[in-house]
Design a protein around this ligand. Structure first.
Ligand code: NAI
Ligand code: 15L
Length: 269
């Protein structure tokens, strides 16, 4: 596969999309931007909903690869998740198939395995193949996205790297994030590896920095060529002084999904 150059970035107006708009061009990518919200300072960005199949098809036409970040990024009602994350991701893969795009990087989430307990210090890290235990309709939609990616690889030969992102923000803001944080710089390194690694088929990876308190195994991500450079530990003293250590008897702390596990479900539909 020739190295991709033109990349469609969906969700370009969001937090992660904004970080990646700043970082990915340094790797030589030309980004085409897509979001239902206007992208500030980017008059050429495509403003459309993932439900608009014609707009999506035009958006993917001619790109070498897609980084799919668009969607609802937190828990929401099932109907909203269904439209944006489940149908929206299906629409994206259909557009990729129709237009011959061969590589997708899918923003999956740690909430696919949110009910998993964190490993105790010294225990084996959580492997990528652990049974999925979504903690929300949101996590369930990311699990669907991973299965959709597998189907489009097996049936249509579209390759995907599904990145189960921990927390990708400028800096960690909770003690939990000391374990799951992915620095923006490491996020860009991982997306670049996911765009360029050869023969990925459908590969699922955990997405984090090389944190001292890491909960999951990054070896699958490393096998793509990802070499994380950052560690959240430099924020540990400050965050622990403010919030205290995680308490394994607190249900929010006893699962990797954190408050997603304990927040009340969002009803009605
Ligand atoms: P965000 O909520 O800031 O950005 C999501 C973007 O998607 C928004 O700009 C929104 O307008 C757009 N969007 C939502 N529904 C849409 C639709 N129907 N059509 C077109 N655009 C739509 O979220 P963030 O933090 O930037 O996350 C980006 C992606 O990465 C999301 O898919 C999220 O689930 C995933 N992710 C992010 C993590 C993080 O730490 N930031 C962790 C795990 C996963
Ligand atoms: C996610 O999947 C969310 O999109 C993000 O906003 C964070 O909440 C992150 O997970 C997390 O678990 O910290």
């Amino acid at each position: 596969m020739p190295a991709p150059r033109t990349v469609l970035l969906t969700g370009a107006a969001g937090g992660l999309g904004t970080l990646m708009r700043g970082l990915l061009p340094a790797y030589g990518y030309e980004l085409r931007l897509f979001d239902v919200a206007p992208v500030q300072g980017e008059p050429d960005a495509i403003t459309a909903d993932l439900g608009d199949r014609e707009a999506l098809r035009a958006a993917v036409r001619g790109v070498d690869a897609i980084i799919h970040l668009a969607g609802i990024s937190l828990e929401a009602s099932f109907d909203k998740i269904l439209r944006a994350n489940i149908e929206g991701t299906y629409n994206l893969y259909e557009a990729a198939r129709e237009e011959g795009v061969r590589r997708v990087v899918f923003a999956s989430s740690n909430h696919v395995i949110g009910y998993t307990p964190p490993p105790a210090p010294g225990d084996v890290l959580i492997p990528i193949g652990i049974t999925r235990r979504p903690d929300t309709f949101y996590g369930l939609s990311k699990s669907f996205g991973e299965d959709l990616a597998q189907l489009y690889w097996d049936r249509h030969g579209i390759e995907t790297v599904s990145v189960r992102i921990g927390s990708c923000f400028a800096r960690p803001s909770s003690v939990r994030m000391l374990s799951v944080w992915m620095s923006p710089g490491d996020g860009a390194r991982l997306f670049h590896a996911a765009l360029t690694a050869e023969g990925v088929g459908h590969t699922v990876v955990h997405g984090s920095s090389d944190n001292t308190r890491l909960w999951w195994d990054l070896s699958t991500a490393r096998s793509l060529g990802y070499e994380p450079q950052d560690d959240s530990e430099s924020y540990a003293a400050e965050l622990i002084a403010e919030h205290g250590e995680l308490d394994p008897d607190n249900p929010e702390h006893a699962h990797v999904g954190g408050h997603f596990v304990t927040d009340p479900p969002i009803w009605p539909r």
